[in-house]
Ligand binder design. Structure first.
Ligand code: PRP
Ligand code: URA
Length: 209
């Protein structure tokens, strides 16, 4: 798949292994999700647009490239995607933040949208959609559809763990977006949970259950 990056950096691998550990508690889980997002984001933001800005050094005035945070929108898929927002904001503090609320029906695993609020001028921004888990891919495909319906064009999707089924579905439904995954796991189980995965990302980030 041409538009997919799977990371092989040892720090990302190490931190994902810690995330998987069921004895990792909420506080460490949140910290790890944010740290992994920073490491992945460094690569995913490689083509962030720059603009020329005047800077005065102790020696002289000069025009130098700076990132314009106004041109970036980070859009977490609620709830678990919220855990990744701080990681992107560490890299680009002035980025705008949108939110898409989705939950998967426990029986059918079909996603349902309950909220969508995006920054204005969405069509002019680079949009980073975040969700730690790409399982069946239903939530990610629907979230990108919502963003495109509202004019979003330049879209990247970041997940920490992906299942082959979800990655294929997202890549086929939206061949124009870049997809970044911290790891590609083995498969989905009968409840559409990723194996080996890390369990329910939202519950582990927020300490519910
Ligand atoms: C989880 C996860 C993704 C979705 C992935 O959210 O955070 O959004 O499932 O599954 P899919 O690829 O099969 O659609 P969930 O619906 O459990 O909601 P939550 O984050 O509020 O717990
Ligand atoms: N959502 C999760 O949080 N975990 C999975 O393994 C699949 C979907």
């Amino acid at each position: 798949m041409k538009n997919v990056t799977i990371f092989d950096h040892p720090l990302i691998k190490h931190k994902i292994s810690l995330l998987r550990d069921k004895s990792t508690g909420t506080k460490d889980f949140r910290t790890l999700v944010e740290e992994i997002t920073v490491l992945m984001g460094y690569e995913a933001l490689r083509d962030l647009p720059l603009e020329d800005c005047e800077v005065e050094t102790p020696i002289c005035k000069t025009v130098q490239p700076m990132v314009s945070g106004k041109k970036l929108a980070v859009v977490p898929i609620l709830r678990a995607g919220l855990g990744m927002v701080g990681g992107i904001l560490t890299l680009v503090p002035s980025a705008k933040v949108g939110h898409i609320g989705m939950y998967r029906d426990e029986e059918t695993h079909i996603p349902h949208e309950y909220y969508c609020k995006l920054p204005e001028n969405i069509g002019e921004r680079l949009i980073i959609v975040c969700d730690p888990m790409l399982a069946t891919g239903g939530s990610a495909v629907d979230a990108v559809n919502l963003i495109k319906d509202r004019g979003g064009k330049n879209i990247k999707f970041m997940s920490i763990i992906a299942a082959p089924e979800g990655l294929k579905k997202l890549s086929e439904a939206h061949p124009d977006i870049e997809i970044y995954c911290g790891n590609l796991d083995e498969r989905l189980n009968e409840n559409a949970y990723i194996v080996p995965g890390l369990g329910d990302a939202g519950d582990r980030i927020f300490g519910t259950k």
